[in-house]
Design a protein around this ligand. Structure first.
Ligand code: SAM
Length: 199
């Protein structure tokens, strides 16, 4: 599930509002993390922005938001959503594993459901890229499926130990806690919500 064609197909053929991860509001964990950090301004990357709802939510809080996605159709739909909601956001088609984004430009990166779609062989490249895009005092917010979600459908699942193992060399793990994925899933999948800072 980490190829560009796969995602382009998804957004071309589905109504965005019917996608399992679609959530109209800003994710509750993201809201709480921002509140906890006392963050009010700064440049936010909404990585794998998809429907663009999170990008719009962040822009409405006053952040300067850039939304990127590997799917051209997702970006054009997200752009339309932002326009309809009067949110000023820069949207770019970009593959994070081969990004054209300039380093050290973001105060925050939101990854709601992207890392967990990466194949094992792409994960360290993904993590090094996130680290490179963040300013030295930046913050990375990440939500992924946890091993407490039964089955093997959809994205990969992680334990807290696996997250520490993958990210620990490049990030200080500020917090990892159990949470849920709000969206259109029947049963809300169990997730991990992580706050990290570059080492
Ligand atoms: C589970 S969806 C989450 C969408 C959005 N973050 C949200 O919360 O609604 C994962 C998103 O990551 C995007 N994506 C997957 N691989 C990517 C890559 N290599 N570079 C950029 N975006 C990617 C997909 O197109 C998809 O929109």
């Amino acid at each position: 599930m980490d190829g560009g064609n796969y995602w382009e197909d998804v957004y071309r053929h589905a109504k965005t509002e019917d996608l399992p991860w679609y959530y109209a509001g800003l994710d509750a964990d993201v809201k709480a993390a921002i509140r906890g950090l006392g963050a009010k301004r700064g440049r936010f990357l909404d990585l794998g922005t998809g429907p663009g709802t999170q990008a719009v939510g962040l822009a409405k809080l006053g952040f300067d938001v850039v939304g990127v996605d590997i799917s051209r159709t997702a970006i054009s739909k997200a752009r339309a959503r932002a326009r309809a909601g009067n949110a000023k956001i820069r949207f770019i088609v970009d593959n994070i594993l081969d990004t054209a984004l300039k380093p050290k430009q973001f105060d925050f990166i939101l990854d709601r459901g992207v890392f967990h779609t990466m194949k094992p062989e792409g994960r360290m490249r993904f993590i090094r890229t996130i680290r490179r895009l963040l300013k030295a005092d930046g913050v990375y917010l990440m939500k992924c499926f946890s091993t407490k979600t039964p089955g093997t459908w959809g994205p990969h699942r992680f334990t807290k130990g696996m997250i520490k193992e993958y990210f620990g060399k490049y990030f200080e793990i500020v917090s990892i806690r159990d949470s849920l994925f709000q969206g259109k899933f029947g049963d809300r999948p169990k997730t991990l919500f992580c706050v990290m800072k570059p080492r």
